[in-house]
Design a binder for this molecule. Structure first.
Ligand SMILES: [Zn+2]
Length: 261
């Protein structure tokens, strides 16, 4: 008998923030557009049988160097949900930008899943061009190379079922191998878009983000995000501060963790 999917709960943990010029949030933003808040999250998807972590954030040292307002280490933040990062066995990486793949040493017993073309791109001949390398921390890439040699890197080629009720979808666009997560929850099918949609505006108005690998694929990724989610209310963008307003905090003393489903 195949395992029956039991609905998953999903949590977003906010660990950092910054105020960004509009031109760093939307391709072709006009000079008069006001700056926007950009929040940084990791996500937890869990039911009675399984727990997995989507993305690992960046470290305090990286925050300081890049001028981000750091609130907590996201791996340590997991403890507020009763999760010991050293006991997490599965971590999924939406893509390899610095704000999604830091802190991997804090997950010493995890296997990391990432798309093969993402790893190939950032260890390949175009990785050093500044438009690409500016979004990277080379030590994170080295850490993933080490994880591969340790047999702890799961390199996927395209869409896959991670667990019953959880699938990954390769969309590209923002980076060569950006992937999104589709999750069966008690309130329907939710899509964790990560950076396939930083802001609601991207998927609602098809308004592209300026950091990109392939603009045509980015547009198509917006369509895929919308198609795979049950409704616009089932799309979770990767950096939009509205997420913190639209979803309830799990507890009074942890207002930085909201329950998405
Ligand atoms: Zn990104």
């Amino acid at each position: 008998m195949p395992e029956q999917p039991e609905p998953y709960a999903i949590y977003a943990l906010k660990y950092a923030t910054r105020i960004a010029p509009a031109s760093e949030c939307f391709l072709g933003a006009e000079a008069h557009e006001p700056p926007l808040r950009m929040d940084y999250f990791v996500w937890v998807v869990t039911n009675a049988r399984h727990t997995l972590v989507l993305d690992t954030g960046f470290s305090e040292e990286v925050a300081r160097r890049r001028g981000r307002d750091y609130e907590r280490n996201p791996a340590e933040g997991l403890r507020a949900l009763g999760i010991d990062p050293a006991k997490v066995d599965r971590v999924v990486l939406s893509h390899m930008h610095y704000d999604h793949v830091g802190n991997i040493a804090r997950f010493p017993n995890a296997r990391f899943q990432v798309q093969e073309i993402e790893m190939a791109f950032y260890t390949g001949p175009a990785a050093h061009y500044p438009r690409f390398s500016k979004s990277m921390e080379v030590e994170d890439v080295v850490g993933l190379v080490r994880a591969n040699y340790d047999g702890r890197l799961e390199l996927s080629s395209g869409d896959l079922e991670l667990l019953p009720g959880i699938t990954m979808h390769l969309v590209g666009g923002h980076t060569a191998g950006s992937q999104i997560m589709r999750v069966a929850t008690a309130r329907g099918t939710v899509v964790l878009a990560a950076d396939a949609a930083h802001y609601y505006e991207e998927v609602e108005q098809l308004r592209p983000f300026p950091t990109l690998h392939d603009l045509a694929k980015m547009y198509r990724a917006y369509e895929t995000v919308n198609r795979l989610a049950d409704s616009p209310g089932h799309v979770i963008p990767g950096h939009d501060p509205l997420v913190m307003e639209r979803y309830p905090a799990v507890a009074k003393d942890t207002p930085w963790i909201v329950k998405l489903a």
